[in-house]
Ligand binder design. Sequence first.
Ligand code: FAD
Length: 426
Amino acid sequence: MLRDIKADLAIIGDGVAALALAYLAAQRDIRTVMLGKNFHGTTHSATGLIAPRPDYLLADEELVRRTAFECLRWIRLFYPQILSPQRFLIPIGPELPYSVRTFRTLLSRYDEIAKIRSTGLGSHYIINQANLEKMEPNLRKSDIDGAISFGEWTVDPSILLKKLGWETSVYPDLVKKFHISDFREFKIRNGMIEEIRALDAGHKAINISNNRGPLVVVNATGPWMKDVCARLGVVMEYQLKAGVQIEVPGYFFQSGIVTFDSDGKYLVCLQKKGILQVGPTNTDFSGHPDNFIPSDRETEYLTAALRNILGDKRLSPYSFLKHGFRIKPTAIDTNRPVIWNHGNAGLHNLYSLHPGKMALALLAGDEMLDRAISDGWLSKPRVVVTNRLYLDGNRKWFNEAKLLLLKIWALFKMGLFYLKFISKTP
Ligand SMILES: Cc1cc2nc3c(=O)[nH]c(=O)nc-3n(C[C@H](O)[C@H](O)[C@H](O)COP(=O)(O)OP(=O)(O)OC[C@H]3O[C@@H](n4cnc5c(N)ncnc54)[C@H](O)[C@@H]3O)c2cc1C
């Protein structure tokens, strides 16, 4: 059976960028179709920080400030259900790439700039050696002189995806989601994608077009963006950095631990139920994302970093947990959301969207919609939103009529009372 779907916006992908965009589009009353594939993307491999990150301060202070605000948006949406505040410790030992004073200066500025998201997190502080030993008895005791403590918000990325998925399900008339097995055809006319033809997971045909105006097509397929563009004859440039995480069975730490390798690269140890997640790595990868195989070198590098901070160096057999890819646009070095418009390649209504990081997916979605509006493809949000449930149960006229009847009845009763009263007065 052919499904002929009318939509204003077609989103290709189903990671955090795609879901956040669909969620925001539904709030603006935009008919949206999401076409995902049934495999895990990078979001599933994220560490799980919803954080502005102090290490971004030197490169882009404005981004840190804005990300703090974005954290607040996530908190308002999903705290306390799936977001939790987490304490992180940076052990003060020889692996610190900078002096404690430098870290404190950086974190003081961070506390100030990222304050807006810090309810429940507090400011950074120093923990002395004796207290650290009590708090984290599994850390090595020799040459660790205490720790710098700071707070961040964390989330399980897979649960964040599920939750965003549910949020979009609240708008069944506006957001339609499909898992596709492949595209069949993109119908292009006058430099515009007019129709997308795809096969769903059960190999049934789906046709997507817009009966009101031009269709906006957003490619939010993360590391696979080049593939979708290539299918349309568009060349896209970015580099991939592979990030691997491992899991080690056991309970090691109460807090998250941030440690550094010999090159000064940070690694996060995040305690979960029964396992410790350690990572990520960050290595250049020039191949296709489907062909990435984590090497023993990467897992050994992560276990070596963990062994280094542990008192007891023996570890239970660890295993590879997950991997993902950071996207580095070649045109500009940034961690901000990036929107590519492929008008130069002849497809004016095609965009590719990368959020920069999971924490910025809502910002990326808003910026994408604003861009599509300013390019003239989508109309400005209408003030009247249909099917919204109001406090009066959407029965304004019925309630007003009922109120009028009650008022008439009250007047009638008052009249009766008055008549009885005057008939009894001598
Ligand atoms: C190791 C690592 C750790 C990270 N940790 C953090 C962190 O702690 N906090 C943070 O904020 N950010 C973090 N990031 C960054 C963050 O994970 C990414 O920026 C974000 O997840 C990218 O989301 P996305 O939706 O663009 O891509 P993805 O999550 O990769 O989604 C793309 C989706 O597209 C689908 N797809 C692929 N091809 C097709 C196709 N042809 N048709 C339809 N669908 C298709 C895939 O199935 C996939 O689900 C981390 C990144 C890495 C690599």
